[in-house]
Design a protein around this ligand. Structure first.
Ligand SMILES: N[C@@H](CCC(=O)N[C@@H](CS)C(=O)NCC(=O)O)C(=O)O
Length: 201
């Protein structure tokens, strides 16, 4: 039994995208984030967060950990290439997205969308936009002459990084100074598996 807990309107979208991309048969519990601190859910994830994956008795939380697990188990030779050097790249890009990119995007999201207007700090949002320039330039350089992060094929590295960056269109951040990033992100987010997730609860 494979079950993913968490509404698609949360970071759970990342793991739903991985499940859809891999063609795994799964049950979706579209739990709203407001229920993530319920006693039943805290038993699955003591942090009281979604997503959580249950897969044949294995319980995994943290969106990137879930996706790396799913790709290794179900995506050999597709999202998960066989070479250890490719795994190093996959870990590198996944941790990079979570540490170098996600915190700044969250700052922008909070201060331009999520917080009540009186609690928004546009200076903080602007500083986060500035802070993203260095990591996005690094991504731009790495994508030069390549279709995807690891080369010719779409892997879990692309999925994880693009999923973290998937707030960018909604935030209307300008990527025109990093055209490789712009084209690559558009290509990744347009995949059918990701579009299916956007239609889920
Ligand atoms: N680092 C975690 C973050 C998980 C997280 O913060 N999830 C939010 C939804 S996007 C949540 O469950 N919030 C509910 C709460 O904090 O009560 C991951 O990537 O899985």
């Amino acid at each position: 039994m494979t079950k993913l807990h968490g509404t698609s309107r949360s970071r759970s979208a990342r793991s739903l995208w991985a499940l859809e991309e891999l063609g795994v048969k799964y049950e979706h519990n579209p739990m709203p984030t407001t229920e993530a601190k319920s006693p039943a859910h805290l038993k699955l994830n003591p942090n009281g967060h979604v997503p959580v994956l249950e897969d044949d008795g294995v319980v995994v939380w943290e969106s990137m950990a879930i996706n790396l697990y799913l790709a290794e188990k179900y995506g050999r030779n597709t999202l998960w290439p066989p070479e250890p050097a490719a795994h190093a790249d996959i870990y590198k890009w996944s941790f990079w997205a979570m540490t170098e990119v996600e915190p700044h995007l969250i700052t922008i999201l909070r201060n331009r969308v999520m917080n009540a207007p009186e609690n928004r700090d546009e200076k903080a949002a602007q500083a986060a936009v500035e802070a993203l320039k260095a990591p996005f330039n690094a991504l731009e350089e790495s994508l030069k002459g390549k279709e995807y992060l690891l080369g010719k094929n779409f892997t879990i590295a692309d999925l994880n990084v693009a999923a973290v960056m998937s707030w960018i269109p909604m935030l209307k951040l300008d990527l025109s100074s990093t055209p490789n990033v712009q084209a690559w992100l558009q290509k990744c987010l347009s995949r059918e598996a990701n579009k299916r997730v956007r239609a889920l609860k």
